[in-house]
Design a protein around this ligand. Structure first.
Ligand code: SF4
Length: 262
């Protein structure tokens, strides 16, 4: 259950400024000292998340780590998850979508609905990613992400410490906000951090198996995500509100009517 977080926009803004030029480890240390077990790292086992996990574990080996298993992840992600469990000796808290939501989604729209329409894609992301994320965030005071400003225009204004108003006002910590991709990989190599095998096959961003493919040299790093969608934000709704259409609004209305299980 979320504890009372006594923070306001002004204080967090000041903290974000204070930590802007400090290394990610300082931000993580502040978070661990401030929130303890009420904070957790969210990772999908991409390079950024792996660097953060390694940094945080060196500060506090009991740091909580969670992931969302959408049910459509590539086998290689599960292999890395096991590798991480073993190397760091930590439990990875794994959260799944609500069974009934996915069953209804597939019954109504098919298992590969995302290829047909961007609104159906967002609907799938809602059920498989956003709803389980909301469930875990409702129990936390702070969460950590691997968001970096250079990843996309939708992430260009990310602060190292901010209030996550979209998820009820908990603290969102983005220690790598001002890091480059090169800095992430330098850290991974220097500290022998395990990384996803897809990076060696040309992937630059990794998510669900049917929605991710390698990128060509020079292509936008997130171009391999939902590559068939042109001219839309390459986001799933976990990190920012996306203008949603009829399907998603109906889905959310249904959730509200049935208390979570459509
Ligand atoms: S990335 Fe693809 S499979 Fe995964 S939740 Fe989103 S639409 Fe569904």
């Amino acid at each position: 259950m979320r504890a009372h977080i006594d923070v306001n926009e002004r204080d967090i803004g000041k903290l974000a400024l204070e930590y802007e030029d400090r290394p990610p480890q300082d931000v993580l240390r502040w978070m661990v000292e401030r929130f303890g077990s009420q904070a957790a790292i969210c990772t999908s086992f991409q390079a950024d998340g792996m660097a953060i996990l390694d940094m945080a574990w060196r500060i506090d080996p009991s740091i909580r780590v969670f992931t969302i298993d959408t049910g459509r992840l590539p086998q290689e992600t599960y292999a890395l998850l096991d590798q991480v469990r073993e190397k760091y000796d930590i439990a990875i808290e794994t959260y799944f979508p609500e069974t009934m939501q996915v069953e209804n989604l597939v019954r109504q729209h098919g298992v590969n609905l995302f290829y047909r329409d961007s609104q159906l894609r967002l609907l799938c992301c809602q059920a498989r990613k956003v709803q389980p994320l909301k469930r875990v965030l409702s129990t936390l005071d702070a969460w950590v992400t691997g968001l970096r400003r250079e990843q996309s225009s939708t992430r260009a204004t990310v602060q190292k410490i901010e209030i996550d108003q979209e998820h009820g006002g908990l603290i969102k910590v983005n220690p790598l906000a001002n890091w480059t991709e090169q800095q992430v990989w330098d850290y991974i190599r220097e500290h022998d951090v395990p990384y996803h095998s897809y990076y060696d096959q040309g992937y630059t961003s990794i998510g669900c198996a049917p929605c991710t493919r390698p990128t060509a040299p020079g292509e936008d790093p997130r171009a391999g995500r939902w590559w068939w969608e042109i001219g839309v934000d390459k986001e799933c709704g976990m990190h920012c509100t996306i203008e949603s259409g009829r399907f998603v609004r109906e889905f959310e209305a249904e959730l509200n009517r049935n208390g979570g299980g459509i």
